[in-house]
Each structure stands twice: as C-alpha cells, then as structure tokens.
Design a protein around this ligand. Structure first.
Ligand SMILES: Cc1cc2nc3c(=O)[nH]c(=O)nc-3n(C[C@H](O)[C@H](O)[C@H](O)COP(=O)(O)OP(=O)(O)OC[C@H]3O[C@@H](n4cnc5c(N)ncnc54)[C@H](O)[C@@H]3O)c2cc1C
Length: 480
C-alpha cells in the first residue's frame, strides 16, 4: 500500500495546529503518512508575528488569547509551554472610553457593553439620561417574535437603544471584528445574546443571570495546571510573545519530518480520479486529502475553477484591513502615569485611531524597566484608506490623536507599524447558513477536503486552534 499524502494549505495558527494534530495522530497509531504544509509567505504564523527589539516584546498582530476557551491551553500543555504563560497585570484592570473630548472609565459590570450592575451604569457620563432610560427599557420590552439571524446593531439598538450600541458595544467589539455592527451576524458572533433574549427576554437580565449562575464548567485539566495567579486572568500570552507558540509548533513539525514549504502560494486545486492536484506556480503536487486553512478570499480564488457555487459563497465572507502602530517611549515622558489597559473610541468621535492599548501596563513583560509601550489601532470597515498611508503619515496622525487624548506630548524612541491586509474576517448576517451551504457543497463535491480558520467558526486564536484540530480529526477519522 502506498504512503498517503496530506496537503495543508496555509501556515497560520489554524494550518499549523491542523498539521501538528495530523502528525501526532499518525505517529500515535504508527501509520506512515506524508504531510506537506504550503505557506504563501516567507514566515509561519499568519497574523501572529512577534518582534523583539531593544528589550521590548512587540506583537505585530494579536497580543493574547482568551483564557476561558481551552484550545490554546491544551495545545500549550502538549507543547510543554505552560511555564511560558503570563497573565494580564492586575494594574490593567481598568479601561476607558474616549467620548466628548475626555476619557471615561468603563463602568464596572459591563459585559460586552451590556450593563449588569445598576449603580455604575447610572453613574457613568458615557450615556445621557435619556440614553440610560432607553437602555432600561430592555427590562420590559417583549422579545422578538420572528426567529432567525439579525445584525448585532439591530439587536442592541432594539433592546438597549442607539447610545448603548454606538458608545459601548460598538467600540468594544470593534477590536475583535473592525466591522459594521449593523452587518455583523449575531448568530455567528455572539449567539448567546440571541439565546438570552429567547430565555430571559431582557439582555440585561440574561447577562446578570449568566454572571450569577455560570453554566457548570467541565473540569478543564489544562486550566487547572495554571499557577493560581494566572487562573484569574481573562487573557493570557507567553513571556516571549505569541510567536513562541508558532516557533514551538514549527519545531515539533520539523522534528517529525513534516515538509514545510514557505514562499509557496497555492494557485488552484483540481480534483483527480483519486485525491487532488495542488497547483503552484512552478509545480503540481498530488495529494490524497487537503486541509484548506486559508481565509475565505484565498479559498475562493484557489477553488474558483473547481466550483462556481462554492466560490460564490466563499466570496460572501469578506475581510477588513487594519493597521497597528506600536510606539516605545521613556516613561519619564509621561507626567501623569497611565493607569489601566487602554481605551476605545466610538466612531462618532471622528478620530483617526480606533483604540489604544497601554501594552506595557497590561503585559509587564513587554517593556524594559522605565519604558512604556503603546499600541494604537487604525482602520475599520468604513475606513480602508488610512491603512494605506505612509509610515510617516500614520505616525504623525497617531501622535496627534494621542497628544489630544492623553494631554501629553511625547516623542517615541521608535515606532513599529504593521499593516494587516484583509485580515479581519467579517461574519455578516446569514453567516451560519452560508457556512452550512459551504459545508454541504464541500461534502458533496470535494470528499476529503476540509476548510478551517478565521473566516469560518471564530476569529480568535482559541477558535482557530480548535478549528485546526477539528479539521485534522475530520480527515483522519475517515480511514486513509
Ligand atoms: C491585528 C490583529 C489583532 C488580533 N488580535 C487578536 C488577539 O489579541 N487575540 C485573538 O485571539 N485573536 C486576535 N486576532 C485574530 C487572530 O489573530 C486571527 O484570526 C488568527 O490568527 C487567524 O489564523 P488563521 O490561521 O486562521 O489565518 P491567518 O493568520 O490569516 O493565516 C492564513 C495563512 O494562509 C496563508 N495563505 C493565504 N493564501 C495562501 C495560498 N494561496 N497558498 C498558501 N498559503 C496561503 C497566509 O499567508 C497565512 O499565513 C487578531 C487579528 C489581527 C489581524
């Protein structure tokens, strides 16, 4: 019997995890297989890129992962990375919203922008009195009668009013999707909100109930292995940055003999009598099975000649481009110490940046003693032009906004700019049905080809890791 060949396309965290899971499985059962990982760029990791400079740990893409979802912790345990984990600094528990020319503390008890504690919500200046009264109507309004998906914007406005949508929920969620609240699907992004309306009628009461009576959690062995001081941290990362995970995965794959091909953009896939042909610019590779761990735009381009219906559905999962501007400073440049993790800015404020993380306050390992690291975010669904500005223009505009917001004029020691072209996947209304149609099409026409990654079932790193693992399991559970 000839050795089977599996191709994984895309060397981001999804493709890396999928490849690792495949390699581990076949080693465990003692079946020889050939696995080839094809990555378009010159580096592995996709959006995850860590840079070390002058004692700073700089994340050019994501900076941490949600600790509550177990996939990354399980993988960290597997890769012997538990000792590398670090949690958020307790000094960063506060965060702010910039509104009407000043920073307002985020009221205590907000969950995804929805109030769960009355006193801080009544006391906040982020909403007007009519805005708060409108939010309180959520407690008495009847629930939606028609079932089905709706946009997050529509749900929040319908229940809590436009001020909560524009000033709280919108800016908080902008960091995850950089998307249009009025087009993002509730069913695909936060299905728990739909369930809350269904069961509790009110989102406020639903959130309060969820906080008071969290679902009984499954015992989570990886989480229980965390040192106690990390168990309370909502987000985690590694002391050497998220790149640590990418490096460790790449090392494990190389040691196991996986063929990793960088600078290998896949142009097309075609079905063969048995298996598939993967077409690159200078060669064609024959494989038996494929994991397509590239975003939907690239999957669409790769599959466009193979299936028109599939390609047109993939086209309906767009992505938005963003940039982030990391700046290092001497702490002495700030007369007033920064306190908290940073701030978000509602779009209506008309500023250039959408948010700023006080990175070194949030993650103490990211800057040497006496230095400060800030990260400003640029670009969202309605602003795709500013991302294309030159480095000088970006630096100038970011500094202008920071001076205005912080009331301090500081000169950075250095600036690192990262542009992420079409990097934030948008789950638009109808995403869940669209995904089902894609799965049906694949199941019918493309046996043993699985798609996974940020365009499909979650954009966060834990979701991508979980998807990579699930994709590998789907492939190896049907006998090779
Ligand atoms: C700026 C930014 C900040 C973020 N912050 C966070 C955060 O703090 N926490 C969090 O959990 N998530 C965060 N995310 C989201 C998360 O990082 C990503 O959704 C996740 O890393 C995506 O992984 P992926 O492997 O699915 O896709 P990608 O990382 O996009 O990887 C896809 C890979 O496929 C390759 N590829 C594409 N086309 C081809 C082709 N034709 N042939 C071969 N290879 C190809 C690409 O080069 C790329 O390496 C952030 C994302 C961005 C952009």
């Amino acid at each position: 019997m000839s050795v089977k060949h599996i191709g994984v396309i895309g060397g981001g965290i999804t493709g890396l995890t999928a490849t690792y899971e495949l390699q581990k499985h076949f080693a465990r059962i003692g079946q020889p297989v050939r696995i080839t990982l094809l990555e378009k760029g010159g580096k592995l990791g996709g959006a995850i890129q860590t840079l070390k400079r002058d004692g700073f740990v700089i994340e050019k893409g994501p900076d941490s992962f949600l600790a509550r979802k177990p996939a990354v912790l399980d993988l960290s345990k597997d890769l012997d990375l538990m000792d590398h984990l670090v949690g958020m600094s307790p000094a960063a528990s506060k965060s702010y919203i910039y509104l009407n020319g000043r920073l307002h503390p985020m009221p205590a008890g907000l969950a995804m922008g929805i109030p769960t504690q009355m006193k801080p919500f009544i006391g906040t200046r982020l909403l007007s009195i009519p805005g708060k009264a409108r939010a309180a109507l959520d407690l008495v309004l009847p629930k939606k009668k028609t079932p089905g998906d709706e946009s997050l914007g529509s749900l929040i406005e319908r229940r809590l009013g436009s001020q909560v949508a524009d000033r709280l929920v919108g800016p908080i969620l902008a960091g995850i999707y950089a998307g249009d609240l009025h087009r993002l699907s509730t069913a695909a992004t936060f299905p728990q909100l739909q369930a809350m309306e269904e069961h509790n009628r009110s989102l406020i009461l639903g959130m309060v109930a969820a906080r008071n009576h969290p679902l009984p959690a499954m015992p989570d062995p990886a989480r229980m292995q965390l040192p106690p001081h990390l168990r309370g941290s909502m987000f985690l990362t590694y002391k050497g940055g998220l790149g640590t995970l990418v490096e460790r995965l790449a090392d494990a794959l190389q040691q196991a003999g996986t063929q990793i091909c960088l600078n290998s953009p896949v142009r097309q896939l075609s079905r063969q009598q048995e298996g598939y042909a993967i077409h690159l610019s200078d060669q064609t590779i024959q494989v038996d099975r494929i994991i397509l761990a590239v975003p939907a735009e690239q999957a669409q381009s790769i599959l466009q000649h193979a299936s028109t219906p599939l390609s047109s559905r993939l086209e309906q999962i767009p992505s938005v481009s963003v940039a982030n501007v990391v700046m290092a400073f001497d702490q002495a440049q700030f007369k007033r110490p920064l306190q908290g993790s940073g701030f978000v800015i509602p779009r209506q404020e008309g500023l250039f940046i959408t948010a700023c993380t006080w990175t070194s306050m949030k993650w103490s390992h990211t800057a040497p003693e006496g230095k400060v690291l800030l990260r400003a975010y640029v670009g969202h669904w309605a602003d795709q032009t500013h991302v294309q500005l030159t480095d000088q223009e970006l630096t100038h505009l970011v500094l202008k906004d920071l001076t205005r917001i912080l009331g301090e004029q500081a000169t950075p020691l250095f600036t690192e700019i990262s542009r992420h072209s079409e990097a934030m996947s948008q789950y638009l209304v109808g995403h869940v049905e669209r995904l089902q149609a894609i799965e049906d099409e694949l199941g019918g026409q493309f046996p043993n080809l699985v798609v996974a990654g940020r365009s499909y079932r979650g954009v966060g790193i834990p979701d991508c890791v979980a998807q990579g693992k699930a994709a590998a399991q789907r492939l190896y559970r049907t006998n090779l």
